[in-house]
Structures are given as C-alpha cells and as structure tokens.
Design a protein around this ligand. Structure first.
Ligand SMILES: Cc1ncc(COP(=O)(O)O)c(C=O)c1O
Length: 490
C-alpha cells in the first residue's frame, strides 16, 4: 500500500482548524444560512447516512437503485406534506436554486413547444413579484427569458390583480412564480387568487416554497398555498432548510408527467453512453439525499411538526420583542419562522433605528443577522432596507441572550443616521461601461475591501450597494467573491 504523505488524523486536524474560522453552524448565534434542529442525533444520523451513500453515482439509478429508492421515498413524503395527488411527480435536486432553475426550464420548453419556437428565437416572459428569490432572476438569465418583476405592496405581498394585468395583454408568459413565503420579508403571496388568474389564462404557476415547504405545513391558520390549489402546477421545497438535511438537497414537484418531462435532458447523439439527466448535473452524489431520507424516517410528520412548533414560539417571542423596540417595525405580516425588521418611519427621526446599524450592533453582541438593502420597484416605490432573521428550533434555546441583545443594540444605535455611501462613492473614479478585473480590484482596494474580509461596519457596505448603479455593485461583488478562492501564491 502506498503511504499517505500525511497521517489522516493530522490532515483532519488541519481541516478542523480551517473550520474554526467559520461562523458557528450550531447553537443559534447565526440567524441565516443554517437550519439547526437543536438535536445532535439528527446530525449524527445524517453523517452516517452520507457515509453509507458516499460512493454512489446517481447518474444512473438503474446501476444504483438505492438512489431511486431514496428519491421515491423522499418525494412521496414531501408530496404528501404539500397535498399533491397522484398526478404530481417530482425530482430531487441539489438545492433551491437548482429546483427553481429547472422549474423555469420546464416551463420555458413547454412554452416553446406550444408556440413551435426554438430557444433564442423567442423570449417568453417570466412574471414574478419583486420579492421572488434571486434564483428566478438567475433562471431567466441562464435560460433566456424576459424577467417581468411585479411590484409588491407595503406588506411585501403581490396584489393578484397586478399579475392579472401582466397576463391580460399577451400570450408570451411561460411561467408565473409566487412565494410561500418570500425570503426577504416572509410574505405569503396570495396563491389562491393568483392561481385563479393563471389557470384562467392557461399559464403555469410555480409556488416557490423552498424555505417554507417543510415548515408551513405545520403553521396554523394559513390560506391554501400548495397543491390543494388547482392552478398550482409546480412547487419547490428545500430539504436542506427546514428539512434539517445537510446542504445539497431540494425537491421539485410538477403536476403532470408531461410537464415534468420538459425538465429532462437526454441525448444519444454522441459516441459515449446514452445520457438522460433529470437535473442539471451529470454525475451527482446521493449523500445529502440519503441524509434527508434518513432524517425523514426518524422524524416523520410528527417530528417536523414538533420542531416547527418550537421555531414558531421562538419566532413569536422575537416578533413581540422587535415590535416592542422603539424605532423599528416588522415588515408586513410574516408567515413562517422568519421576519424582517425595518426603520419605523412613524416615530421622530431621533428615535429611529436603522436596521443595518442595528444589525452591526447585534453582531457585536454575538449574533449574526442578515442585512438586506433597500430597493426601488419598477413602479418607482421603494422597498425598505431591512434586517432579516431566520428562526430555527435552536433559537428557542438562546432567546434569553438574543432578546436583550436585540433591545440593547437598538438602544446603542437609536437616532444614529443611516450609513453614508459618500466616502465609498467619493473613492470611485468616473466610469462608463464595463470594467475589467484589475479595475474592479483596484476599486475594491480603494474602498478598503480586499483579502476576502468584509469590514466590521457592514452598514456602510449596504449603503454602497444601495447607492451604486446595480450593474457596478454587482460587478464589484463578483470581483470580491471571485478573488476569495483564487489559488494562493506558492
Ligand atoms: C424562497 C427561496 N427560494 C429559493 C432559494 C434558493 O435556495 P438555495 O440557496 O438552496 O439555492 C431560497 C434560499 O433561501 C429561498 O428562500
């Protein structure tokens, strides 16, 4: 046996050291990215399931029937939760973004087929509220659809009649998407009303329940938002969020086999093995799917219901706490275990709390909360800048620490004006047109962002994102992230 260059224990110790720089994935101090069920047994079970499934290649579920068996079981469970009947079929994907992309691809190809068109020759439209997840912007971008974003109301929900207006005048809409709930504000779009409109127009409707799909089934008193609504033609639901599985697994369900088959890619026109891929990847791992399968076996519906109940009580406590903070308000009527807080413009300026200043101050008290920029809508109205909290069962354990931190942080920054983007804008030379990587790198350096580290004062960064033309802000963000993983100098 050829000797390793280094002992496995030493290699893994180095990996553990690298992990020490990460935000804590467990324990409730990071209120985004991670979905901690507060149960070590779930992690242990998932790890063992991943280990067992590790060598499997899902590329061919006939050679590896365990992949298909896992997929069937998981799809059956999620279809049941979302009230899909036997006409609903599905696919496991690697995450929410892939589920969303495939929903767009299937709808685009169905539309092209119906209109006897080919990709590129026609650009069908994707209609969705401005709050729809960015994955749909990506889908429209990758797949050549015209993105038609519809302004939402002050509560973050899209008024159904605005969707009706979009559909009234044309036959180029390939897909309408609404969210259950939306990520930015946890707003539940009016699925029943929108579905009545899309069904009458013969347009498919995707309900993006990536974040809500495994938790809203256990939320009380919601209007129908899933396959119970006849006009809903597809849904996405992520197991790596409130399904508590490791990253890399989501569900895309489609009403009707023929609709779903547009998702697939197959070719016999090359000299290699016949290719048939239901998702974007070719070779793919079943590890995360196997972990999701194992967690579902362990928890069942009841286990998910209990954990949703814990997250709900924690969400209620946080909501009450934020509502009690002078200068902040909750945006709209959030549904599910998330909420967004914005400045309360009804109080005098000196009592207002800027959500981004607040988030920085909460961070100094040991909790990471996401900052979301303010954004203009196509009708000229403006969505507020917000702080976003994703609540999971583990949050209940840290409420005694978190709630005072939220209140103290607000006391610290109350009356402090929003961060100014002037310094950042002042550092930028006048520019026109696209910029190259060196220029973007120099601009980042000029504003003090480099080496993969964000400034502690993220409120200023958000102010910059809000103030810069979005194409330039996006280009600088690409540069920032592109540089993080560049190979180190030898
Ligand atoms: C509503 C919604 N859709 C899609 C996504 C994208 O999911 P992912 O990050 O797994 O690609 C998210 C992620 O937060 C989401 O909340």
């Amino acid at each position: 046996m050829i000797a390793f260059r280094e002992e496995p224990a030493a290699i893994l110790a180095r990996l553990r050291t690298l992990r020490e720089a990460d935000a804590p994935t467990h324990g409730g101090h990071v209120l985004s990215y991670v979905y901690d069920p507060d149960d070590e047994r779930i992690d242990a079970l998932a790890a063992e399931a991943m280990r067992i499934a590790q060598p499997v290649n899902w590329l061919d579920p006939m050679t590896f029937p365990s992949a298909a068996a896992v997929e069937r079981d998981v799809l059956g469970f999620v279809r049941g939760l979302l009230h899909g009947g036997e006409d609903v079929v599905g696919t496991l994907t690697t995450g929410g973004t892939e589920s969303c992309l495939l929903a767009v691809k299937a709808a685009r190809d169905a539309w092209l087929r119906a209109h006897d068109a080919v990709p590129g020759a026609a650009r069908p439209r994707l209609v969705a509220p401005t709050t729809v997840h960015a994955a749909f912007q990506k889908g429209a971008d990758y797949l050549g659809l015209e993105l038609d974003l519809v302004p939402v109301g002050p509560d973050g929900r899209v008024p159904a009649e605005r969707i009706a207006d979009r559909l009234a005048s044309s036959d180029d809409v390939a897909l309408v998407v609404v969210s259950a709930p939306s990520y930015p504000f946890a707003s539940l779009d009016p699925v029943v009303e929108v579905a009545a409109i899309t069904a009458a127009a013969g347009v498919p409707l995707h309900v993006d329940a990536c974040v809500g799909g495994l938790v809203l089934p256990f939320w009380p008193e919601l209007p129908a938002w899933d396959f119970r609504v006849p006009g809903v033609t597809s849904m996405s639901a992520d197991l790596h969020k409130y399904g508590y599985a490791p990253k890399g697994v989501s569900v895309l369900l489609q009403r009707g086999r023929d609709r779903q088959r547009h998702q697939f890619f197959a070719t016999t026109r090359w000299p290699g093995y016949p290719v048939v891929n239901p998702t974007i990847l070719g070779s793919r791992s079943t590890a995360a799917a196997a972990a999701a399968w194992a967690i579902i076996q362990a928890l069942g519906e009841e286990g998910y219901r209990e954990r949703a109940g814990v997250a709900r009580r924690a969400t209620d406590a946080i909501r009450a706490a934020v509502e009690g903070i002078d200068g902040l308000r909750i945006v709209g009527a959030p549904v599910g275990p998330m909420l967004a807080a914005a400045t309360d413009e009804m109080v005098p300026v000196g009592r207002r709390v800027d959500p981004h200043r607040w988030t920085d101050a909460v961070h100094r008290r040991g909790f990471a909360i996401q900052q979301q920029p303010s954004m203009p809508q196509p009708d000229g109205s403006r969505l507020p800048g917000t702080a976003h909290l994703t609540v999971t069962p583990v949050t209940a354990r840290v409420l005694d620490e978190l709630l005072p931190a939220l209140a103290d942080a607000a006391d610290e920054v109350r009356g402090v004006p929003r961060a100014s983007a002037e310094a950042l804008l002042g550092a930028l030379p006048p520019m026109a047109g696209p910029i190259d990587s060196d220029t973007a790198g120099a601009l980042l350096a000029a504003i003090g962002i480099g080496g993969g580290r964000l400034p502690d004062d993220q409120a200023s960064l958000l102010a910059g994102i809000e103030a810069l033309p979005s194409q330039l802000a996006e280009r600088l963000l690409i540069e920032m992230v592109g540089r993080i993983a560049e190979p180190a100098q030898a």
